[in-house]
Design a protein around this ligand. Structure first.
Ligand SMILES: [Zn+2]
Length: 204
């Protein structure tokens, strides 16, 4: 999956649970971010193609690093409410007014909220691995294994069910998003149906 599809998947997972109603929109935003973050190892392309070839789908795409990075981001956002602050900063930067109520601080402040933040961050990070394991190859590109057990094992994992960048998955996620905008009260159901449709599409 591409970056935008990973983000959709993370957000939809949270929307499908209904946790946003209790803990606020920041939880969905956190999931969207954490679902994308494992691709940080692709930034090595800035350094060199050689390092990119060694690092991408290895350094950030393993259980250990994914869980640690998820915990780090979840903890940092819970402690400093970073997502709300950045969102408010963007509103100020573009001088957008009238949305202040939607961007008030995080709702939950409790031990339970902290645990939910960490769990969602980790689950969203791991969703990236699950999606990448079944999405691989494209025209002219070979399958690209994930080294899920690094640093304990170098074994590669890949079960390519659909090609990377398949537009069908994008269309399902985008359709789901527009359906949620139109039928806001049915967001949870639509998110569940969207995930189900994506899984079915990939399997078929
Ligand atoms: Zn990836």
């Amino acid at each position: 999956m591409t970056t935008i599809e990973h983000a959709f998947l993370g957000v939809d997972i949270v929307l499908a649970t209904g946790l946003v109603r209790r803990f606020g929109w920041q939880l969905a935003a956190l999931a969207g971010i954490c679902a994308v973050v494992p691709d940080w190892d692709a930034l090595t392309i800035i350094y060199s193609l050689e390092v990119f070839g060694e690092a991408h789908r290895v350094w950030g795409h393993n259980f250990l690093v994914c869980i640690l990075v998820g915990l780090l981001i979840g903890c940092a956002d819970y402690c400093f409410d970073i997502i709300t602050r950045v969102s408010r900063g963007v509103l100020d930067m573009f001088k957008i007014s009238g949305l202040d109520d939607n961007f008030s601080g995080r709702v939950g402040h409790s031990g339970l909220c902290f645990v939910v933040w960490l769990c969602i961050a980790v689950v969203a990070s791991l969703s990236h691995l699950a999606a990448d394991v079944v999405s691989s190859g494209a025209e002219g590109l070979p399958d690209w294994e994930l080294k899920l057990l690094v640093p304990f094992s170098d074994r590669g994992f890949i079960y390519p069910l659909h090609s990377w960048g398949d537009v069908g998955v994008t269309l399902i996620f985008v359709s789901g998003m527009f359906a949620m905008l139109k039928w806001k009260s049915k967001t949870m159901l639509i998110a569940r149906l969207t995930i189900l449709a994506v899984i079915t599409y990939i399997i078929l």
